[in-house]
Design a protein around this ligand. Structure first.
Ligand code: HEM
Length: 486
């Protein structure tokens, strides 16, 4: 009987005081004042956090100022938090600098979980879905053919293709959003990319994130932060001009054009949904989200793919052979992907090795909860280390090697173990767009060109990468030789 009473008491305690039962989270020693700030100032944070996982386990804590962060480093643990317990961890941390770049927290990517955020995400999701159904595949194919022409015009010269990839990915989003596309040399495009890139890289820098943890620093002069403020104003002027243009063009038409995302978003304004009325600022920030989310990620992924294929040219030959034999010299449709397992294996392997948003976007516990048996108090910041999960030796054999064959039949790996796009309520909004882009761009590129190292250039591209919010390959040059018939 005393056993039963004991167990009921334990159950009671666990329900109402879960922390009393929970072991404390492991983590590096906290320095006075700094906490674990130095761990976070590492130049390649995803690989440093992965290294810490080998010391402290797949879940550990870091302290920064008053903030406790919990880093998740395995696919199972990340899915437990983001998918199974999504309603506990769907928040975003409030931050001083986050508010600056997100219109006071009204963006989809940085907005905290609330009815207002849900309405905004739902509206953007529906708008994106609608415009994808109408035109996505055609839009990507057009940009892939345009990219083919750009590469042919290089006439076998050694070039860095990263900017061409950025223009192609950006044109997909700007066509979907406003029905506009740009040449690489367009000053409008240069201005837009210039300021979006600067905002993303400045916002990820330690000079700026220190302002979130140490409010006193906000009183000191901080040139990177002043630059950030200037670029945000520039960004907002550009987006406002686009939205006004769009409204003007559509005012003259009898009915609203809702095939472009902007049209759908604007149509959703002013209509109360569960007590929420969305405003122009929401449309503005949703547009920023799509442009930022949809450009650098896809472009960085394309650069990584060519870099890895230069390391293993025989894989490039295998994809080309597969494209020739399966498609009879036609360009593929997205529905052909099941006929092209080698190409899909390459795509998955690059998504695994270089998840281009390597630490996703930080989440926040919106109530007390637990992960992997550890008590996680409300407001804890959760860092899903997607890079770490994709290098977990318990899941991936030879995790640091580029081996697309692991995803082929008998290779032992499953694409279901990937967490490249996050999961749950905060799953990447553009996952479907990105997957179609990765497939079609790569298929077109590898069908039409053989990518080789410039002669006399002994060194292969460096595969370590530059890690900020987006994990990018370091610049490298490559020659794109047209294949027969390209
Ligand atoms: C969020 C990955 C392409 C729009 C995210 C997140 C990841 C991610 C990991 C964070 C999920 C989380 O917080 O748990 C990627 C990768 C891409 C890609 C790997 C390409 C290879 C795109 C594209 C778009 C997009 C093409 C837009 C068309 C967004 C938005 C969010 C997001 C708006 C914020 C979602 C939210 O907070 O609710 N993405 N993304 N992404 N992504 Fe993507």
């Amino acid at each position: 009987q005393s056993k039963a009473v004991g167990s009921r008491l334990l159950h009671f305690l666990h329900q109402f005081y879960p922390h009393s039962m929970s072991p404390s989270l492991p983590g590096p020693i906290c320095l006075p004042l700094l906490g674990n700030m130095l761990e976070l100032a590492h130049d390649h944070l995803p690989s440093h956090l992965t290294l810490l996982a080998s010391r402290y386990g797949n879940i550990y804590r870091l302290k920064c100022g008053n903030t406790t962060m919990v880093v998740l480093n395995s696919g199972d643990i990340i899915k437990e938090a983001l998918v199974k317990k999504w309603s506990d961890f769907a928040g975003r941390p409030h931050s001083y600098t986050g508010d600056v770049v997100s219109g006071g927290g009204r963006s989809i990517s940085l907005g905290d979980y609330s009815e207002e955020w849900r309405a905004n995400r739902r509206l953007a999701h529906n708008a994106l879905q609608r415009s994808c159904q109408e035109s996505l595949e055609g839009v990507i194919q057009k940009q892939a053919l345009h990219l083919r022409q750009v590469l042919r015009d290089y006439n076998g010269r050694a070039v860095d293709l990263s900017e061409d990839f950025t223009v192609a990915a950006s044109n997909v989003i700007t066509t979907l959003a406003f029905g506009k596309e740009y040449e690489k040399s367009s000053p409008e495009l240069q201005r837009l990319h210039g300021c979006l890139n600067t905002i993303v890289s400045l916002w990820g820098s330690p000079w700026i994130s220190a302002l979130d943890s140490f409010p006193l620093l906000r009183k000191l002069p901080n040139p990177p932060f002043s630059r950030l403020l200037k670029e945000v104003t520039r960004r907002d002027d550009i987006i406002r001009a686009h939205l006004n243009d769009y409204k003007m063009q559509n005012q003259s038409k009898a009915s609203d054009d809702t095939t472009a995302i902007t049209g759908c978003l604007l149509q959703g304004l002013g209509k109360p949904q569960r007590g929420v009325v969305l405003t122009d600022t929401h449309v503005h920030m949703a547009t920023v989200d799509l442009l930022i989310g949809g450009t650098e990620t896809t472009a960085a992924w394309l650069s990584w793919t060519i870099a890895f294929l230069l390391h293993r040219p025989e894989v490039q030959c295998r994809v080309y052979d597969e494209l020739c034999t399966q498609l009879d010299s036609h360009y593929p449709q997205y529905s052909d992907r099941h006929k092209l397992p080698v190409l899909c294996a390459v795509i998955n392997e690059v998504l695994r090795l270089r998840p281009v948003a390597p630490l996703a976007v930080p989440h926040r516990a919106i109530r007390d909860s637990s992960i992997a048996g550890y008590f996680i108090p409300k407001n804890t910041v959760i860092i899903p280390n997607l890079f770490g999960a994709h290098h977990d030796p318990a899941v991936w054999r030879d995790p640091y090697a580029f081996k697309p064959e692991r995803f082929l039949v008998g290779g032992g790996a499953s694409a279901r173990a990937l967490v490249t796009f996050g999961g749950g309520a905060r799953l990447c909004l553009g996952e479907a767009v990105a997957k179609m882009e990765l497939f079609l761009f790569t298929a077109y590129l590898l069908r039409d060109f053989q990518f080789v190292l410039p002669e006399g250039q002994g060194s292969l591209p460096n595969l370590r990468g530059v890690a900020s919010v987006v994990l990018k390959a370091e610049g490298y040059t490559v020659i794109a030789h047209p294949r027969p018939g390209a």
